[in-house]
Design a protein around this ligand. Structure first.
Ligand code: URA
Length: 222
């Protein structure tokens, strides 16, 4: 399954370091995980999911008893988009032939799409989103295709960690995931950013807020 390092199917080759970053892992895997596109770490070393999101993904897979060495991991777009922006429809389409080639070669029984780009690309349906696809089962060649959130989304919406655990447990036929607590950094929020942060918190599910003072004058500006 050679990668096409001379690919000219879209313009991403002009800005990335590593052109056509191919999937990695067990080439006879029963499970294939498909992400969005390489990030900075991946582009630097030529391997998918080696950074922070990749480590989170490995730990989520472990929670349902799946070793990373037993899966084949790849991306729907093979070159890093500038500033990690979401790949365009044109870019997803340009890489689709590579994804299909990887699926045909590995012949997984189960494909887990992590994030909206992956499910759009695999099923060639740009109306699909994670929210829509999480409750559906698709098929491509001999594989069942399931969808969950992208692990990087957990850094913006920590509650997605729990939802991903539940999705993966369901897809791997486990009734209850062995829960690893997600250790998060405590964030300090500036008063001027409070309104924005509260809007983000509203999407996160359960949140505990500890308010600290930096003085005894309540109306003094920070
Ligand atoms: N995010 C992805 O979608 N893929 C990677 O390889 C790394 C981060």
């Amino acid at each position: 399954m050679p990668r096409n390092k001379n690919c000219t199917a879209c313009d991403l080759r002009k800005t990335c370091q590593y052109i056509c970053l191919w999937g990695d892992g067990n080439h006879k895997a029963k499970v294939m995980v498909i992400g969005e596109a390489p990030g900075k770490d991946e582009d630097g070393c030529g391997k998918p999911f080696v950074g922070k999101a990749g480590r989170l993904l490995s730990s989520l897979l472990e929670d349902v008893g799946i070793k990373r060495d037993d899966v084949y991991i790849t991306n729907s777009v093979k070159c890093r988009p500038p500033q990690n922006r979401t790949p365009t429809r044109k870019e997803l389409l340009a890489c689709r032939k590579y994804i299909l080639e990887e699926i045909r070669t590995v012949r997984p029984r189960l494909i887990i799409c992590v994030g909206g780009s992956a499910i759009k690309a695999v099923m060639n349906d740009y109306r699909l989103s994670v929210a829509k696809a999480r409750t559906s089962k698709f098929k491509i060649f001999d594989a069942v295709v399931r969808t969950t959130f992208h692990p990087a989304s957990v850094f913006r919406v920590p509650y997605n960690y729990k939802l991903m655990q539940e999705d993966l447990a369901r897809y791997f036929g486990k009734s209850k995931p062995e829960v690893h607590e997600l250790h998060r950094q405590v964030e300090m929020i500036k008063f001027s950013d409070l309104e924005n942060q509260l809007k983000l918190f509203a999407k996160r599910g359960d949140v505990v807020i500890d308010i600290e003072t930096n003085g005894l004058e309540p109306f003094k500006k920070d």
